[in-house]
Design a protein around this ligand. Sequence first.
Ligand SMILES: [Zn+2]
Length: 384
Amino acid sequence: MANSKSNTESLDAQLRSISNRLDAIENVVHNPTVDDEEKDSSSAEACGLPDVPLRELEAGIDPDRESLIRAIEKKWVNGTELKYYFFESGAWGGSNSQQRVVADAFDEWKEVGIGLNFNEVDSPDEADIRIGFKRGDGSWSYVGRDIWSRPVNERTMNFGWLLRGQDGRDTALHEIGHTLGFQHEQQNPFAGIEWDEDAVYRYFTGPPNNWSRQKTHHNVLRTLDPNSVEGSQWDPNSIMQYGIRSGLILRPAEYRSGLRPAPGLSDTDKARVRLFYPEMASRLKKLERFSAERLDLSPAQQANFVIKPTATKRYQIQTFGSSDTLMVLFEDNNGNLEHMAADDDSGWGHNARLEVRLVKGREYVLRIRLYFSEESGEFAVMLW
Ligand SMILES: [Zn+2]
């Protein structure tokens, strides 16, 4: 972001705005129903996420600005087509029926009505999401845009046990939830869970998980920053919430005998994913050369443009003004949007900028998601 002079009033307003929007959704859909029949979590293996270091931001950054950045930074720009690949043979290979469970779970997220697209591809080189089925290696996924930090010959997601019935479906929905940028719900600071920590360490360091104490802390006991989670309410029925066996939670007292989230995506899960990835209009405004487009966005909102170059040459695309954004350029390949370049200037004292060679006759799509701007509507994007 350029011009890091803080405008506290504007920041407060933006924080209130994103938090109010999320709360409004959650107040409408919050549904405390728990179905005790469906999920018995008494001795299940649990999802254990890889530990990824926090992305570095400029020293001395305003804590409120950092909070907004942390709330949004793992999310994809809306409209991204995420390509997934299943390993079919070798140590990571999975059967057709196991692949089907995961493909169906992608469809279930899509059917919520979101702007992301998911498509299966035949080669790991083309894929954003590379899915293995190595037994005994746990079930896990990298979170959101972190999957792009993984080399193309590595998995970004694994299923370490057989996916069967509703539990198997829920495991697939949960891991895909991570890939969309969502974290574990039991670590939601608004859950107010008081754990029996000794019992938690005993349980997760023992079979079938056999986790280290560090991994147990990372996935269960560690409380997330209040501003890095969606909204200010805990959803015990979220697909991102572990089933918890009896004796691990001390308070709330109603969960001492265990916590069994209702199966499938909760209404809050659906509302949260739609907030970050609403369905998109198909017609986009054209970004013309040397014509600055003023952007009036709230945090987490996004602007989308089509670019139709009139000459083949190198172009610059840059934001102007005090803004933190993620800017991503795609080439439109007969309706498939291929990722070309991205810049994320959030938390730094410069603007998002791309220098790319564009070809006359082809079409490109530019997407800009706002983390934070000092004054609403006081930033712009230009192509030249
Ligand atoms: Zn998980």
